[in-house]
Design a protein around this ligand. Structure first.
Ligand code: AMP
Length: 281
């Protein structure tokens, strides 16, 4: 497995491969890898010949400097996991390489109304930062396909809007959420959960599953009310939002006949903010 820290070195590696007609996949990550990330690598291998995984903790998408600071960075562990998974190359630039003019560099594009809902409402400017770094990674790799997890449902919509904005010819593949055996969605942030937090964190997947299982039996309002009640007596758990939304716009769901519906949740469990979602249809 090759490891690159500069765009120039990565480009020099990719150029002959592209010239030989190899299909390139990009898997963008912030590291602290788990089996969810590895599932993206595996799916990439089914869809391309050369797999580039990027590891970059992007400062411009963090609204809370403390969150950025405490984001885990176990690089040796990450490289070992990627090597075992058969990843072709890792791109792990530093901040100066991606933001030569500093992280305050100008960036603003129209991502549509969904930018300001849910995660966008709780993390102002988050999706500008996300699309800014993903565009830079797309420019550095110029992949044929790029893999993103459904775990960050809203992020996938924003990336697709960014792609449309720049008319980039990249195929976005959305990968299913990988969960622990008890249902907790895998996340780099789970490492921060105390034993009690870890138990409490199950409320996210349980409340989502409840909505999926009882979708036909109750109105949307009733379903959301019942799902929110899961959080009532849990000490140390603070619900940011629980919503049933249209899958393409993230506007609140209105009818059950909608072609795509998704339940999404965000909650602070102890000091750790977790998100999860389940597609209803
Ligand atoms: P992150 O390192 O958290 O930025 O995640 C990198 C990519 O992995 C994103 O596209 C995520 O949506 C995806 N991802 C994170 N957690 C999971 C999971 N549990 N299952 C599948 N994909 C995931």
């Amino acid at each position: 497995m090759e490891v690159f820290k500069t765009k120039a070195a990565l480009k020099a590696y990719l150029e002959p491969l592209k010239a030989a007609g190899k299909k390139i996949a990009l898997v963008p990550t912030m590291g602290a890898l788990h089996n969810g990330h590895i599932s993206l690598i595996k799916l990439a291998q089914e869809n391309a010949d050369v797999i580039v995984c990027s590891i970059f903790v992007n400062p411009t998408q963090f609204t809370d400097p403390k969150d950025l600071e405490k984001y885990p960075r176990p690089i040796e562990h990450d490289l070992a996991m990627l090597n075992t998974a058969g990843c072709s190359a890792v791109f792990m630039p530093n901040v100066e390489e991606m933001y030569p003019e500093g992280a305050g560099e100008n960036w603003h594009i129209n991502l549509g109304n969904a930018e300001f809902l849910l995660e966008g409402a709780f993390r102002k400017g988050h999706y500008q930062g996300v699309t800014q770094i993903v565009k830079k990674l797309f420019d550095a790799v110029e992949p044929d396909v790029a893999m993103f997890g459904q775990k960050d449902y809203q992020q996938v919509l924003m990336i697709k809007n960014m792609l449309e904005h720049f008319k980039l010819p990249i195929n976005i593949i959305t990968c299913p959420i990988i969960r622990e055996d008890d249902g907790l969605a895998m996340s780099s942030r789970n490492i921060h959960l105390s034993k009690t937090d870890r138990k409490n964190a199950l409320v996210l997947s349980k409340s989502l599953q409840y909505v999926v299982d009882n979708f036909q039996s109750y109105s949307f309002d009733e379903l959301v009310k019942q799902a929110k009640a899961f959080y009532n007596d849990l000490e140390g758990v603070e619900l940011d939002y629980f919503t049933i939304a249209k899958g393409d716009t993230l506007q609140p769901a209105e009818t059950k006949e909608e072609k795509s519906l998704v339940a999404l949740v965000a909650a602070k469990v102890g000091a750790t903010r977790l998100i999860d979602n389940m597609i209803i249809k």
